[in-house]
Write a protein of this length. Structure first.
Lengths: 596, 252
């Protein structure tokens, strides 16, 4: 009786409950749960090289291992911002899909052998997805030394000699540009956003459209016509330019009969904003010449589109192969093609590349994974990934001055990775190893601009620095920027003929083929963005949310996951970013989703 | 006597572009693993989740907005605290933070059912990272095991680190301390602001006094997360009826 009472009494004391808690504390560290690494905490700085923005990064490291990445407050370009991809960038070296090995010597032998056998008319080329880097200069120098060498880039709407000055704009008319979702330098765009009125013309209610001051839900495929109708109103009000593209005025007249889905009064109002709302700017996701020509009519050149000086390079580098756009190369002419995918840039659909290849061409891709061109190349060589790779990041489209910053490695690269610049440099007898230092020396020698150092948040003029100090600062986390008041010649707007806007619309973000596994928070564990092989359709499509379906285009078919979203207009397919869907949808003017 | 704080947030819905940086930064900070093979938007763990909401109209009148939703750190009768049989949920009187003690949790998920904001998440699987990626874990936060519930704690690892730093500098360990949660630091548009609601000049206090709204305010839970928007339909959405309420009305 006494024992039973004691037992009951003990149960009413905190002791047994404390025991349960302590036992569960032990179970917290059972073998199934990883233990975080501990050690000395250090702060290091670098620049993100995952996209062209090159945002400044403050890394919290345990030993040599970064455990947390954040932006650098007060940075004159990135303004402390770092996107979701950049925040999780330190996971990339451990990505399960990362390429671990490749036959570099065999690839070199195959390339050298094929170059030796090239006949007249056959070309050897490097396709650089992110031009303007020091690696790019190495490619240009090497291709200059190689017989029949070509340095290729994707089509570029904005070259390094021009920039967009969002800080000067009071009105921005954007045709599908993801201005508020990863365009340019996100922190810079957000900092400038308060000062301009944003008008977004886009079929889908994108993130940018949902945050715009005015969204014009233009009928898919009629964006060009809308721009021409706005141009007509501007011409009526006396705007003019002698540099308009050929046949522009004829197309303006023809566009009057096209149904754009936007009322005449609204078109007139938009033209009014552009002509009298202060300095204005027109951006086009498609690079359509008729849309970009609006900039000529509103006087954007010299006000919101400005000239930008080149970042200095050593004199001896200037004897290099010129930039050639891939689309201008004759079909069937490339005997050897080396694709640098290690610095993610605009993905060129494979069909646009394939048609340029000669029969039995050798294609070597330098990549992080097989997700991109590795699916098509004869040989894929693994490269270092951010943040273990050393590279530089040139100025983004919205940086009004030239810039130079290093993406300094925060951790050691995996053994067996190939440096694409060294590989290509060998073909042309160019030493790539010291190129970054040579370029930094050329900048220091020029005495131009100033350096913003991340550790102390201070700027210092380059002319007061020794070359070694400049190099040290760059490696410890800094950004060189050219003098703001330096005069640069006004750029030419590059007009080229483009196909009509496709019905299949790619989702905003299309950069790195490899993203942190933690991005599942955004793609799978929430429904914030379309996941891999995802398409969005209007609920009237007749398909169920979450259904599997077959997406068919001119280029083939693929099984996709369907999301119903009333932000997408009826009869339009919004496709997720990614190389597979880009290959399928990129050059296609139509898409069809079939129930399976 | 220790000075008490009442930490809260203000979220400007009109500034949120739905980029997801807050969700990823939260996962990095709090050692939340990537999705398990079987995870989806119901079973995934996102202490802060950005929902896309709309005005309910058809295209092209439809308008969308992004609303980040995290634990609302209810200040009055927090439902999760009351239903927990293990006392694994507690409100810290010094900070007002609703704390979840994973080591006490037995995984009954009553708190998940009780939470009107769907801000609690259950660990259906042991946390796992791709080989080698566990080296990137934050040393200040312990990963949680399978079978327990977890949720936002306003980055207690950062708060403790700030307290330690303050103590090292000779400042008494009193609240409030100078720190910001990971989501606040990561937000590129500055839509999320953090501070002490007891401090009149803090961003959340200013928001609270200038017409900000809270989610499901009519429930009387006194959330400490304040939302701002100039769009009337966004403000109306915050007072959506409880799940099932419309159905009950239809059935009389």
């Amino acid at each position: 009786m006494l024992a039973g009472g004691s037992a009951m009494g003990a149960l009413l004391t905190p002791a047994p409950w404390r025991l349960i808690k302590d036992a569960s504390l032990l179970s917290e560290t059972w073998p199934g749960v990883p233990r975080p690494k501990t050690g000395t905490v250090a702060t290091r700085f670098t620049n993100c090289s995952l996209c062209t923005a090159g945002c400044a990064v403050r890394a919290r490291c345990i030993g040599k291992q970064p455990v947390q990445l954040a932006g650098v407050a007060g940075h004159p370009l990135s303004h402390g911002a770092l996107c979701a991809y950049g925040i999780a960038g330190h996971h990339l070296p451990y990505h399960p899909d990362r390429l671990k090995s490749g036959a570099a010597e065999e690839a070199m032998a195959a390339v050298s052998g094929t170059i030796a056998k090239c006949v007249a008319g056959e070309r050897v080329a490097v396709l650089d997805l992110r031009p303007g880097r020091t690696h790019s200069w190495t490619y240009r120098r090497a291709m200059n030394a190689v017989r029949n060498g070509l340095y290729l880039t994707p089509e570029r709407q904005w070259r390094s000699d021009s920039a967009v000055d969002l800080g000067a704009a009071k009105v921005v008319l954007s045709f599908g540009t993801p201005l508020l979702d990863s365009w340019g330098t996100p922190g810079n765009v957000i900092a400038a956003r308060e000062n301009f009125r944003l008008i977004q013309a886009e079929a889908v209610e994108s993130r940018t459209a949902s945050m715009a001051d005015l969204w014009l839900p233009v009928r898919p495929g009629s964006e060009n016509a809308l721009a021409l109708r706005i141009a007509n109103r501007l011409l009526d009000s006396g705007a003019n330019s002698k540099d308009l593209p050929a046949g522009f005025r004829e197309r303006v007249q023809m566009a009057e009969s096209v149904d754009t889905g936007i009322a005449d009064e609204q078109i007139r109002a938009v033209a009014g904003h552009l002509s009298s709302g202060g300095p204005a700017l027109v951006l086009a996701a498609s690079g359509s010449p008729d849309i970009l020509a609006l900039n000529l009519l509103i006087g954007a050149k010299g006000r919101t589109i400005v000239g930008r000086r080149e970042t200095p390079v050593p004199e001896q580098w200037k004897n290099a192969a010129p930039e050639t756009e891939l689309s201008t190369v004759p079909d069937g002419s490339l005997r050897v093609l080396l694709i640098d995918e290690s610095a993610p840039g605009e993905y060129v659909p494979w069909s646009s590349i394939e048609r340029k290849l000669a029969p039995a061409a050798v294609v070597v891709a330098f990549a992080w994974s097989r997700d991109g061109y590795g699916r098509h190349a004869s040989c894929v060589l693994p490269t270092a990934v951010y943040p273990e790779s050393l590279d530089d990041v040139p100025a983004a489209v919205d940086s009004v001055t030239a810039a130079f910053r290093l993406s300094t490695p925060l951790m050691e690269a995996r053994a067996g990775v190939v440096n694409p610049a060294e590989f290509v440099g060998k073909l042309g007898g160019v030493d790539a190893a010291g190129a970054l230092r040579e370029r930094a020396d050329a900048i220091a020698k020029s005495g131009r601009g100033s350096v913003f150092t991340y550790a102390d948040g201070k700027s210092a003029p380059v002319k007061q620095m020794k070359s070694d100090d400049f190099w040290k600062a760059l490696n410890e986390g800094a950004c060189w920027m050219d003098d703001r008041d330096a005069k640069a010649p006004l750029p030419a707007l590059h007009f080229r003929e483009r196909a009509a806007s496709p019905v299949a619309i790619a989702e905003e973000r299309g950069a790195a083929a490899l993203v942190s596994p933690l991005m599942s928070k955004v793609y799978e564990e929430s429904r914030l963005r379309l996941g891999k092989r995802g398409v969005a359709l209007h609920p009237s499509s007749g398909l169920a949310d979450g259904a599997r379906a077959m997406l068919e285009t001119d280029c083939g078919r693929m099984e996709v996951n369907v999301t119903l979203d009333s932000s997408v207009p009826p009869n339009v397919v919004q496709a997720a970013a990614g190389s597979e869907l880009s290959d399928l949808c990129g050059p296609s003017a139509w898409a069809k989703v079939v129930r399976i | 006597m220790t000075k008490a704080a009442r930490y809260g947030m203000s979220i400007d819905v009109d500034r949120c572009n739905g980029c997801g940086a807050c969700m990823v930064a939260c996962a990095v900070e709090n050692n939340i693993p990537p999705a398990h093979a079987g995870a989806n938007d119901r079973k995934g763990i996102t202490w802060i989740r950005v929902y896309k909401v709309d005005n309910g109209k058809e295209y092209p009148e439809k308008r969308s907005a992004f609303v980040p939703v995290l634990c609302q750190h209810c200040g009055n009768e927090a439902p999760c605290v009351h239903v927990c049989p293990q006392q694994a949920v507690d409100v810290d009187p010094a900070t007002g933070i609703v704390e979840q003690m994973a080591e006490r949790c037995l995984g009954c998920r009553y708190c998940m059912a009780a939470c009107p904001y769907h801000a609690r998440y259950f660990n259906w699987w042991d946390p796992a990272w791709p080989a080698g990626m566990e080296q990137t874990l934050n040393p200040d936060v312990a990963p949680r095991m399978r079978g327990v519930v977890e949720k936002c704690n306003l980055c207690h690892g950062r708060r403790h680190a700030a307290r330690e730093q303050a103590a090292a500098a000779g400042v008494p360990k009193a609240e409030p301390v100078e720190y910001v949660p990971a989501c606040v630091e990561a937000c590129p548009t500055g839509a999320i602001q953090f501070g002490d609601l007891n401090a009149p000049q803090s961003a959340p206090a200013l928001a609270a006094s200038s017409g900000a709204f809270r989610l499901l305010e009519k429930l009387g839970t006194d959330p400490k997360i304040y939302y701002q928007s100039k769009k009337p339909w966004v403000r109306e959405m915050a007072n959506a009826p409880r799940p099932g309420a419309r159905k009950e009305q239809q059935h009389g």
